[in-house]
Design a protein around this ligand. Structure first.
Ligand SMILES: NC(=O)c1ccc[n+]([C@@H]2O[C@H](COP(=O)([O-])OP(=O)(O)OC[C@H]3O[C@@H](n4cnc5c(N)ncnc54)[C@H](OP(=O)(O)O)[C@@H]3O)[C@@H](O)[C@H]2O)c1
Length: 282
């Protein structure tokens, strides 16, 4: 059913290159959104404890009549739970909320280098436990900068399978991506269409017109051709469908370069800078 290519991670597991993100989908809308996405053909859902909708993600999968094993689920450790015992408890809670005995991928949501005495290595060591006991099939990080990845490499045995970071045409994040590529870490692009902010850009609308595709399809296709995993969010089934329909055309090298050329560097970020982000939800 799905034409989504699998990407092989450094631990041998595979992940569908296109997934469905559920950030900012209200809990009471999440089961229906996940069900719709699965009906469209998505088989990869990206949630987080911080989003408050893990339970409804599990419900949506059951409502769609799919077996748990047919869907790749990612969740993430919330910022308040970096201490090892808290991380263990939070992970148990994530599995209970999803009503599953495993997640396909579990991430440290933010490195929080200014909190916990800058120690995300002992948090990572706890994720290594989850990988070892099989309850997290794969483990990775999110919002890690190069210095954070280097610290993990120096002080732990396991290389993260993925680093989920902000990436879109106005913030290509290419240095972090290149570092990941050199070290076997796959980049996952969050806010891949910059929450809609790149869709009116003249460069993107011109490429879209040339291919008779929408701007969102062109931007998502650009991510796919860069080799990144991409996880767009929508609550509208017709957008879920068009965001999924990106495997029947290709961008030329010059079109790829034109879109990459829209990068604004640091000012292009829409989200927080991970070096200083220190938010702990109540
Ligand atoms: N690790 C992290 O720290 C982190 C941070 C942010 C996000 N994420 C993950 O990345 C996922 C995606 O990021 P995101 O939700 O921030 O942003 P996004 O996917 O770039 O954009 C979502 C926004 O664009 C709209 N949209 C979706 N498809 C569209 C289309 N075809 N045409 C026009 N508008 C469209 C959606 O509106 P409607 O819903 O109204 O259609 C929504 O407002 C999240 O859901 C989450 O799973 C992770």
């Amino acid at each position: 059913m799905s034409s989504v290519p699998p990407i092989t991670l450094n631990d041998g597991n595979t992940i569908p290159q296109l997934g469905f993100g559920v950030f900012q989908i209200k809990p009471d809308q999440t089961a229906a959104a996940v069900r719709s996405a699965l009906e469209v053909g998505y088989r990869h859902i990206d949630t987080a404890e911080m989003y408050g909708n893990e339970k409804q993600v599990g419900q949506g999968i059951r409502d769609a009549g799919l077996d748990r094993r047919e869907v790749f689920i990612t969740s993430k450790l919330n910022n308040g739970y970096h201490r090892p015992d808290d991380a263990r408890r939070a992970f148990d809670d994530t599995l209970s909320a999803l009503a599953s005995d495993y997640v396909d991928l579990f991430l440290i949501h933010w490195p929080l280098p200014t909190l916990y005495d800058g120690d995300f290595v002992s948090t990572w060591n706890v994720l290594e436990e989850f990988a070892k006991d099989g309850r997290a099939r794969s483990i990775g990080v999110s919002n890690f900068q190069i210095a954070h990845l280097d610290r993990l490499a120096e002080r732990s045995q396991t290389v993260p399978t993925v680093n989920q970071v902000e990436a879109h045409p106005y913030f290509t994040n290419d240095e972090v991506r290149a570092h990941g590529r050199e070290h076997g870490i796959v980049t996952e692009a969050w806010s891949p269409i910059a929450q809609g902010k790149v869709l009116d850009d003249g460069v993107i609308t011109r490429v879209a017109d040339a291919h008779r595709k929408t701007p969102a399809q062109v931007v998502l296709r650009w991510h796919i051709q860069r080799g990144d995993i991409v996880i767009p969010k929508s609550v509208h089934p017709e957008r879920m469908k068009s965001n999924f329909d990106i495997f029947d055309f290709s961008l030329e090298g010059s079109e790829m370069d034109a879109i990459t050329g829209l990068d604004r560097g640091e000012p292009g970020r829409t989200g927080p800078n991970p070096d200083v982000f220190a938010y702990i939800p109540d």
